[in-house]
Write a protein that binds this ligand. Structure first.
Ligand SMILES: CC(=O)Nc1ccn([C@H]2C[C@H](O)[C@@H](CO)O2)c(=O)n1
Length: 109
């Protein structure tokens, strides 16, 4: 069964809902999303649903290969993106870029 839920840190909710953040970078454990499927997005902190996304693609990437295009898709500077990734995954070099598009959001979001 493919995964149908993903969590994001609450601080990223506004930028996800704006449609400006179109990728997330995760470890192997969270790499099993299937392109074309709908996934419910919840906050990591309180498990509150705030939107649904459709998965576009899942692509392996090495930390050192992260570039300005990934940063643009994350709506961060490359320096900040690398810092966020290193904060979440301190020792991990093998990562996955999950591309998505917003398909529906909560009224309150
Ligand atoms: C539990 C967990 O790992 N949750 C995550 C992981 C990543 N993100 C965000 C942070 C960055 O914008 C990208 C890159 O990983 O995805 C997150 O919100 N929650």
């Amino acid at each position: 069964m493919h995964p149908t839920k993903i969590t994001f840190y609450e601080r990223f909710e506004p930028i996800i809902l704006s449609g400006d953040k179109t990728i997330t970078i995760r470890d192997e454990a969270e790499s099993h999303y299937v392109p074309g499927t709908r996934v419910a997005v919840h906050t990591y902190e309180t498990d509150r649903w705030f939107c649904d996304i459709e998965i576009g693609s899942v692509t392996p990437i090495q930390f050192d290969a992260l570039n300005e295009e990934h940063a643009r898709q994350e709506h961060l500077s490359l320096k900040d993106l690398k810092a966020v990734i290193r904060d979440i995954y301190p020792e991990l070099d093998s990562l996955y870029v999950i591309e998505y598009r917003l398909i529906s959001a909560s009224q309150a979001g």
